[in-house]
Design a protein around this ligand. Structure first.
Ligand code: UFG
Length: 339
């Protein structure tokens, strides 16, 4: 298949490109490189286009024939979305609308969309399935839920086939393929913990240890980025068999606390990881754990990275041996000295 990967220079999008290329598909990456990296585009051609440039998008979609689009291009930080909501609505809502309109005009009838656990808001059950109420508590989640609505409407109006995949906590890397999580402004737990293990970055903070969880810290469901990529590939096959707009929650179904992550990372890295306890971060639910039963039954998806330690280990190798283009590449000394 010919697949257009919007946001293919980013963390999850670059792993998607690797996965599809290895499976024999032809990939084209569309990215404005605002947070992605030219060097992460190692499979397929890079087209530098912004989703807010409707004419540029139109030229891309009219210029070549794509069998499907995968849409990872979005702003994705919960805290930032609270302080800069317009930027989130503009990129994630208007940008998605522009993409869908360009697809409609070019008769591209399939899309896999990156959605998020943030559409659910504060969880009302221990494990979150697709029927859980959708009540986002931040603009990021609201922007993604709106885009899911576009897909449902487009199925009715234009016969668009779509699968929206709601990731819980994407984690891990494929360091052997030269790709991993490389955000200039890093807010995620596992990269911050691993940078602390390397003696890099600001000191590690645990945001709140007074939650109603076993050890008082927040519990999350960490799923390997390669497992997420495989779910997208399965979604392409699913759309061959199914019309309409479909949604799936993707996680490992197991919850790990912030303390669990720090302890596992310390054992993987072989160093003690210092931290301090800080106040809670606004907008953090105590526990987010997925039920992926629907994805198992209907997509035939089963995570292969089921244990936390190997997931963290893959990220550890990536962080330890950062390529020179990564924003976290160490300029002096060799990072492995910390290990
Ligand atoms: N945390 C820390 N210290 C850090 C970073 C994070 O204690 O330095 C804590 C957070 O407070 C949270 C947990 O670690 O309790 C996980 O935080 P992340 O930032 O790694 O991930 P989130 O769960 O906040 O975010 C993820 C996705 C988002 C998605 C969100 C849904 O990355 O895209 O889940 O709530 F929107």
């Amino acid at each position: 298949m010919n697949v257009l990967i919007c946001g293919g220079a980013g963390y999850i999008g670059s792993h998607m490109a690797q996965y599809l290329a290895e499976a024999g598909h032809v990939v084209t990456v569309l990215d404005n490189l605002s947070t992605g990296h030219h060097e992460a585009v190692r499979w397929g051609e890079l087209l530098e286009v912004n989703l807010l440039d409707a004419e540029g998008l139109e030229r891309v979609l009219q210029g070549r024939r794509f069998d499907a689009v995968m849409h990872f291009a979005a702003r994705s930080l919960v805290g930032e979305s609270v302080s800069h909501p317009y930027s989130y609505y503009s990129n994630n809502v208007t940008g998605t609308l522009n993409l869908l309109e360009a697809m409609r005009r070019a008769d591209v009838e399939r899309i896999v969309f990156s959605s998020t656990a943030a559409i659910f808001g504060n969880p009302q059950s221990d494990v979150i399935d697709e029927a859980h109420p959708k009540a986002p508590i931040n603009p990021y989640g609201a922007s993604k839920l709106m885009a899911e609505r576009f897909l449902a409407d487009a199925a009715q109006a234009y016969g668009l086939r779509s699968v929206a995949l709601r990731y819980f906590n994407a984690a891990g890397a494929l360091p052997g393929h030269g790709i991993g999580e490389a955000h200039a402004c890093e807010t995620h737990l596992i990269p911050n913990v691993l940078r602390a293990a390397l003696g890099q970055g600001p000191s590690l903070k645990i945001f709140g240890n007074d939650y109603d969880t076993a050890d008082g810290t927040c519990v999350r469901d960490y799923v390997h980025v390669q497992d997420l990529a495989r779910a997208h590939a399965l979604a392409l096959e699913f759309m061959d068999r199914n019309e309409g707009a479909h949604t799936f929650n993707l996680g490992n179904g197991q919850g790990f606390s912030v303390h669990d992550v720090i302890a596992t990372a310390a054992s993987v890295a072989g160093v003690a990881i210092p931290y301090e306890v800080a106040p809670r971060r606004a907008g953090d639910p105590a526990r987010l754990v997925a039920s992926s039963a629907k994805a198992r039954e209907q997509l035939g998806w089963q995570p292969r990275w089921t244990e936390l330690a190997p997931i963290i280990e893959s990220a550890w190798h990536w962080h330890r041996d950062q390529p020179s283009w990564s924003p976290h590449h160490r300029q002096t000394g060799h990072p492995t000295q910390a290990a």
